[in-house]
Design a protein around this ligand. Structure first.
Ligand code: ARG
Ligand code: ZN
Length: 494
């Protein structure tokens, strides 16, 4: 191949990106994925979605609409049998494309019911359909696989994916663990609906996202059918298995709640899990209507995990959560799950917002004010972890779950709130959740929205609090006459 077509193809991609950015920001993510890098020939789907923090997460060349996952799991042998049926659309002509899959043995792949060639290349499953897919073509990929799923270890050292427990598995996939249990286009830019058919030994419960369509026990095994109708990023999928006490009810707002609690955690979990409907109602008042038709909690006993995850509609907790954690994971249903990031660098849009929700909850429920929380953090001396990097630029996938993302991320929102005032601030949060509902949002879009809603130039606030390394001087925040006075200069001395 001559270098020429290669360069032309790349230039086309770049132009397309710019046009998209200017014209339809809301559709940016989907189109960025669509514009994802092609190879020289332009017909081989890229092995990654182009995210520098996780270069091989996601893939280029297609967009998944739906996953149908049929899984059987035996907690004793830890054996998983799976069939994944992906319905997708080619965003370029494709002679070959990748799925993300780590470990497990693939026993067959078909594309539109015709056997396809496949090979494994590290965490990529490389699929060559018998016939090239046309750009725009809808197609269906079926992958049969089995084996003992193994979690991956993230750059921060934590376990991620299908994590075995003494009575099943704790299943959480942020940022990259989805590939440990199903073949996926595992980057948040590509959201899809899901159906799960999960079969486990009788007595075990398999809990996924969304609504429980039905459950049936036969021959000593129980099959649970779950449907996640609203679009979901792969990292938010779960199929947690264990011995659980189950509780079901419908809230006053018509949300179907399904809670699954490890009996060993039940006593500690009960008083907190009981508050879920009131927490969701309170958050709905602040952030706008709850984005999904289902909700709930999965409270497992998984001490090896060390974190909770906001799995869509139904967060998974590694032990009985405290109320702050429940508030945090619930807030993610708006910020992260419904409005999803398009690159991991923007993780503060998830964690800063969920952390700020905790501050707001305390403030409005007899605890300390958000201002007090801010002040206490601000008293942290320069040089401490809180100031290790700016929340808008964690630097790499190793740092996306560190203190500056959570705590300083929340501080950014508090600075915004004090700059624009409560009515405008809460309108910004609600508008953000509404405009990007069931979609994606970027940091740039959030800044633009904040400026539009407030009518203020917030460049310096975001520049200082979100993007500048080190501890910010106390009052350099909003561009406005007051900020250029001598007070600011005085403050900047320390
Ligand atoms: N998003 C989770 C939270 O709300 C944290 C997930 C951490 N995941 C990890 N692999 N370290 O706190
Ligand atoms: Zn979080």
């Amino acid at each position: 191949m001559t270098p020429r077509p290669h360069e032309a193809a790349r230039r086309t991609t770049v132009l397309r990106r710019e046009a998209v950015t200017a014209a339809v920001p809301v559709a940016l993510a989907a189109l960025l994925a669509a514009a994802g890098p092609a190879t020289a020939a332009g017909t081989v789907g890229a092995p990654g979605a182009g995210d520098p923090y996780f270069p091989l997460s996601g893939n280029g060349g297609y967009d998944v609409h739906h996953y149908g996952l049929t899984l059987g799991y035996d907690p004793h042998s830890r054996h998983l049998d799976g069939t994944a049926v992906l319905t997708a659309r080619a965003t370029q002509r494709l002679t070959r494309f990748d799925l993300d899959l780590s470990g497990l043995k693939v026993t067959g792949v078909t594309v539109d019911h015709t056997k396809a060639d496949f090979r494994r290349d590290g965490r990529e499953l490389v699929v060559t359909p018998r016939k090239a897919l046309r750009k725009g073509q809808e197609f269906r990929v079926t992958v049969t696989y089995s084996g003992t799923p193994k979690p991956v270890t993230d750059p921060d050292g934590s376990l991620d994916g299908w994590i075995p427990t003494d009575d099943g598995a704790f299943v959480a996939g942020e940022p990259q663990g989805a590939m440990t249990w199903f073949p996926a286009n595992s980057h948040p830019t590509d959201k899809a609906s899901y159906d799960f058919t999960l079969t486990v030994p009788k007595g075990s419960t398999a809990v996924a996202n969304g609504v429980l369509l039905g459950q049936r026990t036969a021959d000593g095994r129980t099959t649970f059918r779950w449907r996640q109708a609203e679009p979901m990023a792969a990292y938010l999928a779960t199929a947690t298995v264990g011995t659980f006490k189950v509780e079901r009810y419908t809230t006053r707002d018509g949300i179907e709640v399904y809670n699954a609690v490890d009996p060993r955690e039940a006593a500690a979990a009960a008083p907190v899990v009981k508050k879920l409907p009131s927490v969701l109602a309170w958050e709905s008042k602040l952030f706008g209507p709850y984005p999904f038709r289902a909700a709930g909690a999965i409270v497992d006993r998984a001490p090896q995990v060390g974190y909770a995850l906001e799995t869509q509609t139904r967060p998974v907790y590694d032990s009985a959560p405290d109320l702050d954690t429940l508030v945090h994971e619930s807030a993610h249903q708006w910020f992260g799950d419904s409005v999803t990031l398009t690159r991991w660098k923007d993780i503060w849009l998830n964690e800063g917002f969920a952390t700020y929700a905790e501050w707001l909850y305390a403030e409005q429920h007899g605890g300390k004010s958000a201002q007090k929380a801010f002040d206490a953090l601000y008293a942290t001396p320069a040089g401490k972890d809180l100031w290790a990097f700016p929340p808008g630029d964690p630097g790499s996938g190793e740092h996306i779950f560190e203190t500056p993302v959570y705590a300083r991320g929340a501080m950014v929102l508090h600075k915004l709130r004090t700059a624009v005032g409560d009515p405008v601030f809460f309108r910004i949060l609600r508008t953000w959740a509404a405009v990007h509902r069931e979609g994606h949002g970027t940091t740039a879009q959030f800044i633009r929205l904040s400026e539009r809603e407030s009518g203020k130039d917030l460049t310096s606030l975001f520049h200082t609090w979100l993007f500048t390394a080190g501890k910010p001087a106390s009052s350099c925040s909003v561009a406005g006459p007051a900020d250029h006075g001598p007070g600011v200069l005085g403050d900047q001395v320390h």
